[in-house]
Write a protein that binds this ligand. Structure first.
Ligand code: HEM
Length: 186
């Protein structure tokens, strides 16, 4: 079956940014054999700052659309993992991003839900290196749930049938990747 146009565009706009993200210290350290608990806490803190930038402004819009059937809020999971590890969820000093349109919401859901595809690898590695007691709520969410990503893509495709909507979503998704890339260095 050919790839839906909206998904193709999201992938095209984000592919090289995803590669750039994977090369950032936060994520390369997570996948090293000598990964330490501090590396894990620091990755959770970066992800907490990233998700908190987008999620609060996103949820009110998601709730009014079919995206609510596929999106799982991540912030409570990151907070619980950090707290269990005695890490402190970072306090934001800037305002969260206000999601202005359904198209933008689709772009952010693509990035935030898509992250669970990589979590399969990350979770297995962290468990093997840091033990099976490690709190892994964030890296375990929707991870390895058969058919979930296909459902997300189907929903996005249905909501982004118009090429101009797909372009807006792809721009928002790329912006979210750039935000996370910039957070790695702080
Ligand atoms: C070390 C860190 C990461 C690794 C190793 C990783 C790895 C992967 C892998 C293996 C896939 C599946 C590719 C496929 O099946 O075609 C994927 C997809 C994806 N990842 Fe990551 N990922 C990482 C971090 C992230 C983060 C932090 C985000 C966003 C916050 C993210 C967003 C996405 C998205 C949106 C997709 C879906 C691409 C698509 O199929 O359209 N990833 N990642």
């Amino acid at each position: 079956m050919p790839e839906p146009a909206a998904i193709s565009l999201l992938r095209k706009e984000c592919r090289s940014l995803h590669r750039e993200l994977e090369r950032k210290d936060t994520f390369t350290k997570l996948l090293k054999r000598d990964v330490g608990i501090d590396d894990y806490i620091s990755a959770l803190s970066v992800l907490y700052r990233f998700v908190s930038t987008f999620e609060s402004g996103l949820l009110s819009l998601v709730e009014k659309t079919p995206l609510s059937e596929v999106y799982t809020p991540r912030l409570p999971l990151l907070r619980a993992d950090l707290e269990e590890l005695n890490g402190v969820p970072p306090v934001r000093d800037d305002l969260p991003h206000e999601t202005k349109s359904v198209e933008e919401a689709c772009g952010f859901v693509y990035v935030l839900e898509g992250a669970s595809l990589g979590s399969v690898i990350i979770r297995r590695h962290l468990k093997a290196c840091l033990g099976s007691d490690l709190p892994l709520r964030y890296f375990g969410v929707r991870c390895e749930v058969p058919g979930h990503w296909e459902k997300v893509m189907g929903q996005l495709d249905a909501m982004l049938a118009d090429p101009s909507s797909a372009a807006k979503a792809a721009k928002a998704a790329a912006g979210a990747f750039r935000t996370l890339i910039s957070m790695d260095s702080r």
